[in-house]
Design a protein around this ligand. Sequence first.
Ligand SMILES: [Zn+2]
Length: 160
Amino acid sequence: MKKIIALILVTTFQSCYSQKKEETKTKGIAKTEEDWKKELTPEQYRVLREKGTERAFTGEYWDHFEKGNYVCAACNNVLFKSETKFESDCGWPSFDKAVEGSVKYNEDYSFGMVRTEVVCAKCDGHLGHVFDDGPQETTGKRFCTNSVSIKFIAEGKTTN
Ligand SMILES: [Zn+2]
């Protein structure tokens, strides 16, 4: 009898679990490349969808240090907070930490290098790369991010 109850519990749990998984799947952003092309500027499309890189020192935020949040330019997912931004002299906005769960990491072997690509966890948009040469007094990480992939929202303002 105990075994049966346990079995029922396990199956109930499993079906709940797979249902939940389905929901998250449908909640994910299901846009075609055509949709993205229409919504994003050509430069945003090149960087976010085609994993391009903006030229150093040309972006909007490399020397921008106001208080607020940086969200994904494609889907408004909150990615970085201004207090994690630091001056890195590399010409791109640099953060020592991403908002938990907001980004995903991919191994990137392009250009004969091994790098860790950072993408938005919600829309898979390319943000930049993370390196281990960040500030030692905090995390030691440097999230080297394209300005064009992010949007600054000043403290107290919302994305809408
Ligand atoms: Zn996004």
